[in-house]
Design a binder for this molecule. Structure first.
Ligand code: PXG
Length: 299
């Protein structure tokens, strides 16, 4: 079987998994989600992803109907049912089925879905030659709207930015705040290297506080690189010596061109290279084992 899906307590194949069209996750994007990787049978940063999922749910006053222990167990069991050793896990908690109005009081039972499937990655050569990126015209919503730190089912701003990247024929789109400050990309956080320092936008800017971002800030410090959360503009990106993206899907991915301008010498930078290696090493060494109690011959 390739992939498995948990829906409200039952694990099925991906073809059989179904929810109601009255689910407010579908009708209104009323819900939260996570994206988690499994590397060689171990779930990377599971506790950090659970922390963020419960925090996102609190941010929209959605009560996840499973406690942390039960949700953790459901995630591990769904990965095990998939039989996959390298996978992507997508927990989704929605307000659940209600009526056609937006009122969440009509939704008595939140829906809990956990999808485990193979992951789509940037091609290998993208890491060797580096990614190209444009700045999207669509801005990040202000933090006094739905805060970007909530990983919610409302991704339309990000999707509009991604459409701009597609139309420009590049891999990612950089998004600014309403004030024109560099914020994050459509599905990744951004970092720059400037005068030997590693900078990433500060998390109060209504950006998703990526788990890969936090991991890379820690790895940079471990490697003796000054790593700072800053407020900076597009000029700093254009003038940077290196640029890279972080995300569960992308891991650490070099960027060599932004808005048609070469970054540094137009090739993936040396500090980025060290961080890519350190991240891959960590991902392969750590994580919550899924198949621990199984006999080794079951792969
Ligand atoms: N910003 C946004 C808006 C995101 O959606 C990140 C930053 C990086 O966060 P993490 O915690 O993953 O380091 C994300 C994460 C996909 C996909 O299928 C998208 C994400 C994660 C995994 C897969 O495009 N977004």
């Amino acid at each position: 079987m390739s992939g498995a899906v948990y829906v409200n307590g039952r694990i099925t194949s991906k073809q059989e998994a179904m929810i109601s069209v009255y689910d407010h996750g579908f009708l209104y994007g009323d819900g939260v989600f996570e994206g988690i990787r499994v590397y060689d049978g171990r779930i990377f940063k599971l506790e950090e992803h659970l922390d963020r999922l419960y925090a996102s749910a609190r941010g929209i006053m959605l009560e996840i109907p499973l406690d942390r222990t039960d949700l953790r167990r459901a995630i591990i069991e769904t990965v095990r049912a998939s039989g996959l050793r390298d996978a992507y896990i997508r927990p989704v908690i929605s307000r659940g089925p209600g009526d056609l109005g937006i009122d969440p009081r009509k939704c008595a039972h939140p829906t809990v879905v956990i999808i485990v499937d193979a992951i789509q990655l940037y091609p290998r050569e993208a890491y060797e030659r580096g990614l190209r990126m444009i700045t999207a015209t669509v801005r990040r919503p202000s933090p006094d709207a739905l805060n970007g730190r909530v990983k919610s089912l409302n991704y339309l701003n990000n999707i509009l930015a991604r459409i701009e990247a597609n139309q420009a024929g590049v891999e990612e789109a950089l998004m600014l705040t309403g004030d024109g400050v560099v914020c994050e990309c459509s599905a990744d956080n951004i970092f720059i290297v400037t005068r030997g320092e590693v900078w990433t936008p500060a998390s109060h800017l209504s950006l998703l506080q990526g788990i890969t971002r936090d991991t890379v800030l820690g790895l940079a410090r471990d490697l003796g690189m000054p790593a700072l959360e800053k407020i900076f503009t597009l000029y700093d990106v254009y003038a940077a010596s290196e640029c890279f993206l972080t995300g569960t899907g992308a891991e650490v991915a070099p960027v060599v061109e932004v808005d048609g301008r070469k970054i540094g010498d137009g090739r993936p930078g040396p500090m980025t290279g060290r961080l890519i290696a350190a991240f891959r090493d960590l991902a392969r060494r750590t994580g919550t084992p899924v198949y621990a109690e199984e006999a080794p011959q079951r792969r």
